[in-house]
Design a protein around this ligand. Sequence first.
Ligand SMILES: NC(=O)c1ccc[n+]([C@@H]2O[C@H](COP(=O)([O-])OP(=O)(O)OC[C@H]3O[C@@H](n4cnc5c(N)ncnc54)[C@H](O)[C@@H]3O)[C@@H](O)[C@H]2O)c1
Length: 243
Amino acid sequence: MRFAGRTALVTGAAGGIGAAVVRMLRAEGAAVAVADRDLAGVEAEAYLPGDLRDGSYADGLAGAVQAALGRLDILVNNAGVITRGPVTETTDADWALSVGVNVEAPFRLCRAAIPLMAAQGGGAIVNVASCWGLRPGPDHAVYCMTKAALASLTQCMGMDHAHQGVQINAVAPNEVNTPMLRTGFARRGFDPDTAVAELGRTVPLGRIAEPEDIAEVILFLASDAARYMCGAVVEVNGGKPVK
Ligand SMILES: NC(=O)c1ccc[n+]([C@@H]2O[C@H](COP(=O)([O-])OP(=O)(O)OC[C@H]3O[C@@H](n4cnc5c(N)ncnc54)[C@H](O)[C@@H]3O)[C@@H](O)[C@H]2O)c1
């Protein structure tokens, strides 16, 4: 029960990794507020549905958790979108969506959460970046850039706010078996189960990650065990870096 008496906000809570984080945080005693566009079927202590591209919604989430649950100890910026293609095939809409959800929303959430956490004596923020933001991945130029931006923001915030007792770190997964990955395969005409199995053979560990493999590391970074980590970007890749 590492998180007994603590509260957490998880964005993208209805998605693959988000749902696992919510489940596991609650299993270890946290009261969890969930944010996503559609929260049907998600069990939590507080529900804050909305679209993270709405700046005032994103700005207000941390305060809404404090109002609903009394305090905010842990923020997991997990929501994300993936747009595909090189820059020459990236539309204005793809750009605005990717930057809005993957970069601007975490910025707004952190900007609001850090002072609340500092005032209550500390807290933990975990951002979900990607291996594809640490090295280039083919044909996802803007997605990779947004994840690089989030990794950099994490490194800077981790340093800037360490003195306030706010530990800010990121996890950088490679491929994870979630709706994001599976719908991408389906859209390109592949059977998701077959594609996931084939992709698993390219990973030294023998399979791509399940959401729980990533959630375990997110929980560690949110826990007191990570108290000396400030601005770390932890790759969780089964031995498969992006080449
Ligand atoms: N699946 C992978 O292979 C992989 C690899 C590396 C990093 N990631 C990152 O992990 C995180 C979680 O992804 P996932 O794989 O679980 O994907 P997912 O699609 O299953 O979940 C993402 C969630 O974010 C929510 N979301 C998206 N846009 C939103 C918006 N505008 N407002 C509110 N909520 C919004 C979606 O509704 C969804 O529930 C993302 O940041 C993603 O970039 C995923």
